[in-house]
Design a protein around this ligand. Sequence first.
Ligand SMILES: Nc1ncnc2c1ncn2[C@@H]1O[C@H](COP(=O)(O)OP(=O)(O)OP(=O)(O)O)[C@@H](O)[C@H]1O
Length: 204
Amino acid sequence: MAPAVPADTAAIKAHTPIVISGPSGTGKSTILKRLFDEFPDKFGFSVSHTTRSPRGGEQNGVEYHFVTKDEFLELVDRKGFIEHAQFGGNHYGTSIKAVEDIAEKGRTCILDIEMEGVKQVANHPNFPRPRFLFLSPPSMEILEQRLRSRATDKEEAVLKRLNQARVEMEFADSGEAPHDKIVVNDDLDKAYQEVREFIVGKDA
Ligand SMILES: Nc1ncnc2c1ncn2[C@@H]1O[C@H](COP(=O)(O)OP(=O)(O)OP(=O)(O)O)[C@@H](O)[C@H]1O
């Protein structure tokens, strides 16, 4: 078998990645957008790999690294992904290299990933441990309101997201979750300050 992809690199160690997770609709995108706006040069999102075909205008290496299924599975074998999953018949994953690319630019990689991905990252055999942040909704009722107010989902999709949210909240509450910090997104300004402090520290 091909050798494992090296993961313990100086760049990644110098810029410890941040994993942010939390149920859909909790406010991750909203808070990350603020963070990127406040610190335009400090952070980056990694470019994921996918086996799906590029859509009009999508460029390899920009929206995604577009690869064949064989290439994808070879990288899986080599432990080259910190997390990967299958959706709608296609594979998607975050490679070690993609995280390293951000760190090599002197930026901190922010990984917005769901629960199964969080478990994979935490259990990766040689990827250095990132810092884990969980964003929690104040209650299921409020999460439901936010999902509905976003108005991007049909009823069935909202119910599916709420069920998944329950599973994620249970995981976050269990002793198995790797989270270093849990922030409840009740008041947005307050939640943002807590996230900001966790990520950049008090004095930034
Ligand atoms: N503290 C808050 N108070 C009220 N509304 C909020 C708060 N934070 C976020 N929202 C609203 O909740 C909705 C969901 O937020 P957002 O899209 O950022 O969630 P998300 O966690 O990124 O979801 P997904 O994982 O599905 O992308 C948005 O309409 C957003 O404006």
